[in-house]
Design a protein around this ligand. Sequence first.
Ligand code: ATP
Length: 457
Amino acid sequence: MTQTEDRTSLSTEDTPLVPIEKVVALCKRRGFVYPNSEIYGGVSGIYDFGPLGVELRNNIRRYWWWSMVQLNDNILGIEGSIITHPRVWEASGHVENFVDRLVDCKNCKRRWRVDHLPAENLEQNKCPFCGGELTEPRTFNLMMETYIGVVEGERMKTYLRGEACQNIYLDYDNVLKSSRIQIPFGICQIGKAFRNEVTPGNFLFRQREFEQWDLQFFVHPSEMQKWFDYWKEYRFEWYKGIINHKDRLRFRAHESTELAHYAKQAFDIEYKSILGWQEWEGIHWRQDWDLSRHSLYSGQDLSYTDPETKERYIPWIVETSGGVDRTFLNLLLDAYEEEPPSGKDKEGRTVLRLHPWLAPVKVAVLPLQKNKEELVTTARGIYNRLKRLMVAQYDDVANIGRRYRRQDEIGTPFCVTVDFQTLEDQTVTVRERDGMTQIRLDIDELPGYLVEKVMWR
Ligand code: ATP
């Protein structure tokens, strides 16, 4: 069941928690993430992804899809649209209940979500920052409104989806009828969601436009507990496989007061960063709530008939729901390290110890000198061959040490250096990011060697 190879586990004592500002600065400097509409002053809680960010994001998405949809025979994928019929959000309860309660500090004017206030501050009605008095809570709906149609008076008000998973319930019956799948089975989707968050912040952690991934797994009620436990462990192992600091991952069971009325249990998979222990993904017991509600509101019968026993029932659902952007942020916080000068590297370096499967650039090809034609021709030839297989960069600017450091900083797991020995025996130096170890390989062996190291399997 584990999809990942065993990676070195670093404990939290080995490296301090990384200040978020360092990651924000790296993201801007090296082209991972930019503030959206920056030339107009930006929009809080909305970001754009730059050339390296889009590669990392695509790798994160593809790896999730590969390990959820491709590896599991009982899971199918869909891609639903952002805009749906407005009744969907009435049935789901979002129009009525998707709200945050908010208080403001009368003194420092800071704004707090009531459910995020420490118990002590809540009881004493005191601001956690300055101790000032808090206002009465105000309630805000998080759904973003939009309109379908152009003629005034005929336009239909609807919403940008507040959570991506609703499309799965809407398409459940079509998937069932258009494929030969039977219960137990799951439907996966990755897609954008929009929320008018009242306290956006902490970079990518809480945004107004973000991307979610969901598995909705449909089961017979008698098998609910078994599949809940199965997916809970599966998803934990998945996250464990992509981080270095395994001891920064834990489950948090929801308190009975947090549980929805239909949920027997729920767990968050949490990651510990400079933001404290925070939710990364939720594992939810949704029972028959979603399909029953959509049956009721649409008038369509969404029950399932077992082909063998002929039993008819509304399937129960196990949901695993996480965020692409939170994964992006947590991976960078987990991978970022500033190494002091050492025997191997006299100047010290910043290194992103990203899993090679997820690293935005897999290999950099570096001619030792840029003014020696044979070196350049050979290096260009290797680069042109490798870039067909994986994301590669060609870099001939500055001395070789500087070029290694540039690649370390963006997490490139391998650098291939073409030197004078290459011209004699057709071998190159392959330098690995984490240990800075170097080996020599025949040029012809390079593609196979790198594919084995950087592609998931
Ligand atoms: P929170 O309690 O942090 O507001 P939630 O419980 O409302 O989150 P869900 O609705 O269960 O979150 O969403 C599933 C996942 O989507 C979360 O685990 C998180 O990874 C991601 N997510 C939710 N809201 C945001 C957001 N505003 N920005 C970025 N990612 C988000």
